[in-house]
Write a protein that binds this ligand. Structure first.
Ligand SMILES: *[C@@H]1O[C@H](CO)[C@@H](O)[C@H](O)[C@H]1NC(C)=O
Ligand SMILES: *[C@@H]1O[C@H](CO)[C@@H](O)[C@H](O)[C@H]1NC(C)=O
Ligand SMILES: *[C@@H]1O[C@H](CO)[C@@H](O)[C@H](O)[C@H]1NC(C)=O
Ligand SMILES: *[C@@H]1O[C@H](CO)[C@@H](O)[C@H](O)[C@H]1NC(C)=O
Length: 567
């Protein structure tokens, strides 16, 4: 611990305060505070033999070098007033502070104040009037029920205001006026249902606005957004909108991110997203959309990422995302009614790199060409669907870096042999290929597909070309064996003689060849009447150069006798 404990700053605080305060009532207050402080100081000195801890509450760390005070979880119920008056950062989270009162005036140098996770209920008028340097104010997760256009007076340097997780119900006119530096305003997780048309006036430089998780029933009127010309990110999810009017966001030309997740939307009208030419990210997941809002989306020429899962549509039809030329990532997961992804569904989206279609419980069909013609596609997540099989033509499988087909009821038969081969061949590479488990047929349940042989998939003879080849081979072999048997039968006397003469001390292989040669030579040169000739092959082609014409003697290929020229 390098933390130095604060010493005797209470007096300094009181002194600097009294310089600033001129009215008699304030002086009275200061006198009272001074009395309180010396009392506290005396108490602390009594309790602690080391005077150093006097001005830093037990649960806190007070660093006079960095001017940071940080109080751990505890039971502080008022803001300490005896801290170093020059502190710049004050963090008191997870305590029981109920009011701020006038104690903040001692800390005019604050740049950062975090009072999140306390029990603040009200913020009196002009609470922060001396915090002219404050840049970040975190009041999230308290019980603040009301703010007004007098609450934040004085916070001219503020860039971040976090009021998430409170009990605010309405935003009145001019609440954030004069906060021209504010860049991020978090009003999420409140009970806001009414926003005055001029509530956000003055937020010239606001870039991020959270209004998610409130009880809004309509998207704030376009005139409200006009006050925030630099807005880049807007979070409106978890409200109850049912629909979005045409041109709702028409003035937000700089918007890059729009979050409408869980916004209760049944319908997004064709002109609803007009004007959002710069939008890169859109979350429309977890709504009640009956159809993919193709027309509304088609305005979003620069959209790169779209989340559309947990909606009620049954089909993703051809051209569903027409106009989204820059789309790189698409996620449609948990769509409980989605049955089918049809050919051409993504045909307009030639920049797609990442498709996540997972946890769509009844998705049985991804049509053969649904994912074709996407040269940049690298990541395909199809896990937890109801797919029984997949066709080889579906995706340029060999270009994929991620393929997840897990938790589908895959039928491991010959139709997925190509997939098994792909899994095996890609295993050694660095790509992420999630194993495929069989669901059917019963004996192969829970077997990894990659571990099954083609024969186990019931398809060692499946290929029709292969089948034809096999038939040819079988016929040829049968004919050859028959021919050879007849030949052996015809030459049986010669064989017996040969066996008698000298097998005992010479190499078997050579003798065998000699026998072959003998028999063949004789056979080729003699006529039909000879006992060693083949009755089923009455004319043996014998060419002038002493060899066979290979093409005319196909039945003999690969079997004895061996042509003379090869010997
Ligand atoms: C503050 O709000 C009150 C009531 O809502 C209104 O009458 C007053 O004009 C507002 N003041 C400013 C500065 O906006
Ligand atoms: C969607 O909204 C438009 C206009 O806002 C309306 O004409 C249309 O009937 C709505 N469709 C559904 C299915 O509610
Ligand atoms: C796919 O989507 C699900 C649901 O949103 C998510 O949990 C998962 O991480 C995503 N997978 C990938 C690889 O992005
Ligand atoms: C990949 O290879 C490893 C051993 O190298 C093996 O344990 C694993 O099961 C293989 N995975 C697949 C999907 O074949």
């Amino acid at each position: 611990m390098t933390t130095k404990k604060t010493q005797n700053h209470a007096r300094g605080a009181a002194a600097s305060t009294s310089q600033r305060i001129h009215t008699s009532s304030r002086q009275l207050m200061v006198t009272r505070l001074c009395a309180l402080l010396s009392c506290l100081f005396a108490l602390a000195t009594l309790a602690q033999p080391t005077y150093a801890l006097a001005n830093c509450p037990n649960s806190c760390q007070c660093d006079d070098d960095t001017l940071v005070v940080r109080c751990g979880e505890g039971t502080l119920d008022v803001l300490p007033i005896t801290l170093n008056p020059f502190i710049q950062r004050l963090v008191i989270q997870n305590n029981k502070i109920k009011t701020i009162d006038s104690s903040l005036q001692f800390y005019a140098e604050l740049l950062f104040l975090d009072l999140s996770y306390n029990d603040l209920v009200t913020l009196p008028m002009r609470t922060f009037q001396f915090q002219r340097k404050l840049q970040e104010l975190h009041l999230n997760h308290n019980k603040i029920g009301q703010i007004s256009n007098t609450t934040f007076v004085g916070l001219a340097a503020l860039t971040v205001l976090n009021l998430r997780g409170n009990l605010l119900a309405e935003l009145e006119q001019g609440t954030f006026a004069k906060m021209s530096k504010l860049a991020e305003l978090n009003l999420g997780q409140n009970r806001i249902n009414r926003i005055d048309p001029h509530a956000f006036d003055g937020l010239m430089n606001l870039r991020t606005l959270y209004l998610d998780d409130n009880t809004l029933t309509t998207v704030p009127a376009p005139s409200i957004f006009q006050a925030m010309p630099n807005l880049a990110e807007l979070y409106l999810g978890t409200n109850s909108f049912t629909s979005i009017e045409a041109n709702a966001f028409v003035d937000l030309r700089g918007l890059t991110r729009l979050d409408l997740r869980g916004a209760g939307l049944h319908n997004v009208s064709a002109e609803a997203l007009k004007g959002l030419e710069g939008l890169r990210f859109l979350d429309l997941a977890d709504n009640r959309l009956q159809v993919v809002p193709t027309n509304a989306l088609s305005h979003l020429e620069r959209l790169e990422e779209l989340l559309l899962g947990q909606n009620d549509f049954e089909v993703i039809g051809s051209g569903a995302f027409t106009g989204l030329k820059q789309l790189r990532k698409l996620e449609i997961t948990g769509a409980q009614h989605l049955r089918s992804v049809q050919n051409g569904a993504f045909s307009a989206n030639t920049n797609l790199e990442h498709i996540n279609l997972s946890a769509n419980k009844i998705l049985q069909e991804v049509q053969e060409n649904a994912l074709s013609g996407l040269p940049h596609l690298r990541h395909v997540i199809l896990k937890e669907n109801d797919l029984h099989t997949l066709s080889e033509g579906l995706i340029p499988w060999s270009d994929l870096q991620t393929l997840d087909l897990s938790d589908n009821p895959i039928v491991c038969d010959c139709q997925v042999l190509w997939l098994r081969n792909l899994l095996v061949s890609k295993n050694s590479t660095t790509d992420r290929l999630i194993g495929v488990m069989c669901a059917y047929p019963e004996p192969m349940r829970k077997e990894p597909l990659s571990q099954l042989s083609p024969a186990m998939l019931g398809c060692s003879h499946s290929d029709s070309k292969q089948q034809a080849m096999i038939i040819v081979v079988v016929v040829v072999t049968t004919a050859t064996i028959t021919g050879l048997s007849l030949l052996v039968y015809g030459c049986r006397r010669r064989i017996r003689e040969t066996l008698k003469g000298g097998w005992g001390n010479s190499a078997l292989g050579r003798k065998e060849r000699e026998y072959q040669k003998t028999c063949s030579d004789e056979e080729y040169m003699t006529r039909q009447q000879h006992p060693c000739s083949l009755s089923i092959q009455p004319t043996m082609p014998y060419t002038n150069n002493g060899g066979y014409n290979m093409h005319q003697t196909q039945p003999y290929m690969g079997s004895r006798p061996i042509p003379v020229t090869e010997l």
